[in-house]
Design a protein. Structure first.
Ligand code: GLP
Length: 265
């Protein structure tokens, strides 16, 4: 895992967007795995700016989102499909038919989940998966106890997650109790993962993810098995890391390498 600590959330966003943009430029028909939540919002804003001001072209990009609440229609303001439209898709030139968000209202979830996995395979697999992290250490909606080999499926949300996400709904009761989510195994098959975390409420989950043991109790810790993960944190999210000096040293070496080669991936 490469751990990058930036001064604040804005810098996390610009750094993350630069990495996404570099991939889109070098592989215009890349497959992006996208995330919802407040953490990637700044990254999406920056990508929209790059599209408008620098001509960053998404016309050949395909996207797959991590998850969706069960029971919410795509037009529901709290659905993740709606979130993606409002915060990214409506402002860039990605083709609507190339954007995929799991169907939260499928009649047959087993079939719909298998089809989602199939579509990812048909698209050639995910080149870069953007990830946030729940305060309980989950990625997508893979709550503690999820199999580290899990695939796209239905998942019951943990109470902590329902409480965390209630801020987007009228009340805690209005938060759906289930979601359809890519599995940990699905995520681990992405060629690269980019995990973002900001704020002190994520510090313990980040410590456990990066420096704790791999455990299904912190599903993000499974990323330790992945060959190419970049974690970008702000100072508060990084505040409990014990090996901070080492990460900074690696970052310095990496910068020299990037200057010499011109490659940021
Ligand atoms: C939800 C999403 C996750 C996201 C997490 C953190 O649970 N399913 O993908 O990482 O929230 O959200 P936020 O970025 O708002 O803290």
């Amino acid at each position: 895992m490469r751990v990058i600590v930036e001064a604040d959330a804005d810098r996390v966003a610009t750094r993350a967007a630069a990495l996404v943009a570099a991939l889109v430029r070098s592989k215009p028909n890349c497959v992006l795995g996208l995330a919802t939540g407040s953490t990637p919002l700044g990254t999406y804003r920056e990508l929209i700016r790059m599209h408008r001001e620098e001509g960053l072209d998404f016309s050949q990009v395909t996207s797959f989102n991590l998850d969706e609440y069960v029971g919410l229609a795509p037009t529901h303001p709290q659905s993740y499909r709606y979130f993606m439209q409002v915060h990214l898709f409506d402002h860039i030139n990605i083709r609507p038919e190339r954007t995929h968000v799991p169907d939260g209202r499928a009649l047959d979830f087993d079939a719909a989940c298998a089809q989602y996995e199939q579509r990812i395979r048909e698209a050639g697999g995910i080149d870069l998966q953007l990830l946030g992290i729940g305060s309980d250490g989950h990625i997508a909606f893979n709550e503690p106890g999820s199999s580290l080999g899990s695939r796209t499926r239905l998942k019951t949300l943990a109470r902590e997650t329902i409480r965390d996400n209630a801020r987007f709904f009228d009340s805690e009761e209005a938060v759906p109790k289930m979601a359809v989510t890519m599995g940990v195994g699905t995520i681990l098959e992405s060629r690269r993962c980019l995990l973002l975390a900001t704020g002190s409420s994520k510090a313990e989950a980040i410590r456990a993810t990066i420096e704790g043991p791999v455990t299904a109790q912190v599903t993000a810790s499974a990323l330790q098995f992945h060959r190419e993960v970049i974690v970008i944190l702000d100072e508060p999210a990084a505040s409990l890391l014990q090996r901070r000096e080492y990460y900074d040293d690696v970052e310095q070496s990496q910068r020299v390498y990037e200057q010499q080669t011109g490659r940021i991936w």
